[in-house]
Design a protein around this ligand. Structure first.
Ligand SMILES: [Zn+2]
Length: 239
């Protein structure tokens, strides 16, 4: 086989490995960002539960103050009742006291609801905190894996670049240029095997002259259809 052809096959293998490594390196930032988002969401869950608890406590303090105020008003009415002189005044006072008592009942009902909400919120916080703890550990483990894969593949990519440089130095520059041009246009694949009178990559039938040239493996022959440089691997004789 023409040395350039043999090296083209090796070059294609290097390019394939380099592209796979580059893809993993390129995907790493997105994967790391997604992990950071997962963690941020878990943190936000804890923060929102804490904020809801703080709101609940504010509501509770306000209700307590309202009950206290109503209670003071009730005490004042009781004192005033002692001093009333007429039946009408007495009934008016009784009426006002009943209204304040109803207020206190209503406020105490609200306090009970707020206390039940407080219990539910504590449960929500505990759940959010345990989710955060689990996510923190899982995300750290995933980040380590993604970072390690990224670094390993960055190393593979540079090893491939060195391999390519060494190989290309031994090749005819115009052949390398043809390969690079076709590979750029054809999803990174610049060479193709020919078999049974066809280019195996694009499946187009080769002209007999082209196929017989390819079978000799002694020239740089491109597929008429996809332009890939063709090579031929003779069938292994049955032993
Ligand atoms: Zn082809």
């Amino acid at each position: 086989m023409l040395p350039d052809l043999e090296r083209l096959i090796q070059l294609q293998d290097i390019e394939r490995r380099a592209a796979a490594a580059a893809r993993i390196v390129a995907e790493a930032p997105g994967a790391l960002a997604a992990l950071a988002t997962t963690l941020a969401t878990a943190k936000a869950g804890v923060e929102s539960a804490k904020a809801a608890i703080a709101d609940n406590q504010v509501t509770r303090r306000a209700l307590d103050r309202d009950v206290q105020t109503a209670q003071q008003r009730l005490d004042k009415y009781k004192d005033q009742t002692m001093a009333v002189k007429t039946n009408d005044e007495f009934h008016a006072m009784q009426h006002q006291m009943a209204a304040v008592k109803a207020d206190i009942d209503r406020l105490e009902g609200s306090i009970l609801e707020v206390m039940m909400t407080a219990d539910a919120l504590q449960e929500r916080l505990a759940g959010a905190e345990s989710t955060l703890k689990a996510q923190t550990a899982a995300v750290a483990a995933q980040q380590a894996i993604v970072s390690a894969e990224r670094d390993a593949n960055a190393a593979i990519a540079s090893a491939c670049a060195a391999e390519r440089a060494a190989l290309v130095a031994q090749m005819t520059p115009s052949v390398v240029a043809t390969f690079d041009k076709v590979a750029r246009q054809r999803a990174g694949v610049g060479v193709a095997r020919a078999e049974q009178e066809r280019c195996v990559v694009c499946q187009v039938r080769l002209r007999p002259m082209v196929y017989s040239a390819v079978k000799r493996n002694d020239s740089i022959t491109q597929c008429d259809s996809c332009q890939r440089i063709l090579y031929f691997i003779p069938p292994t004789p049955a032993s």
